[in-house]
Design a protein around this ligand. Structure first.
Ligand SMILES: Nc1nc2c(c(=O)[nH]1)N[C@H]1C(S)=C(S)[C@@H](COP(=O)(O)O)O[C@H]1N2
Ligand SMILES: [Mo]
Length: 199
């Protein structure tokens, strides 16, 4: 399904072609947080993946930094209609965290410090489509933008890119997260303008 999304033809497109329907481009980087910015020290930071059978895989900050690191430049699209082109991040492709994870689950609930959650199909986190990022424009990711580490899932609306990410929980059944529960679209493809349930 994703391979047919025009969002993946980003290279060399004219600006108008890079803008999903109903969006406007912005140079600024707005902050959108549903609650206060949590303090998450890297000394005690853990990132965990828990499978549907309860098996847990955990990484400390230093262990995460030993995984393969990638720089990626992406356009991001917020459901409140701003899009920002060419944002530059550094972090770990999520594939690296799944190397030794055995799962038959199809869905993931992403959990953050502060209680935010968002859900998505596991396949949308794999094959180089998503990252755990800790660096923005060569600087440590600032707390208001999700530092020390957040998810980056640029092919979906930006609410799927959980800030202050703490864990991934694999599930057989799809479980709507924070915004999905109150009416945002369950999947959130900006190119199909999937803003709300029913879009
Ligand atoms: N933990 C957490 N992650 C979150 C949010 C949030 O409120 N809490 N907001 C989401 C929304 S709606 C958007 S548009 C982006 C905003 O990221 P930014 O503040 O870095 O622009 O983060 C997403 N991730
Ligand atoms: Mo958003």
């Amino acid at each position: 399904m994703n391979s047919f999304s025009p969002g993946f033809q980003g290279r060399g497109r004219r600006p108008a072609d890079k803008l999903p329907p109903g969006q406007y481009p912005t140079e600024s980087f707005p902050v959108l947080s549903a609650g206060p910015t949590p303090k998450v020290p890297t000394e005690t930071w853990r990132f965990t993946v828990t499978t549907e059978t309860g098996e847990t895989h955990a990484w400390t900050w230093d262990e995460m930094l030993e995984l393969p690191q990638e720089e990626t430049v992406r356009d991001i699209h917020c459901v409140t209609r701003w899009s920002k082109f060419g944002t530059r991040w550094r972090g770990v492709p999520l594939d690296a965290f799944f190397e030794d994870v055995e799962t038959a689950a199809d869905y993931v609930v992403v959990g953050s410090h502060g209680g935010y959650t968002t859900n998505l199909p596991l396949e949308d986190l794999l094959d180089g489509q998503a990252w755990l990022v800790h660096t923005y424009d060569d600087h440590p990711l600032s707390p208001e933008h999700g530092g020390p580490a957040r998810l980056l899932v640029p092919h979906l609306y930006f609410w799927k890119s959980a800030k202050w990410v703490r864990d991934l929980r694999l599930t057989h059944e799809d479980e709507p997260g924070f915004w999905e529960t109150v009416g945002y679209h369950n999947y959130g493809d900006p190119w199909r303008e999937q803003r709300n349930w029913g879009d």
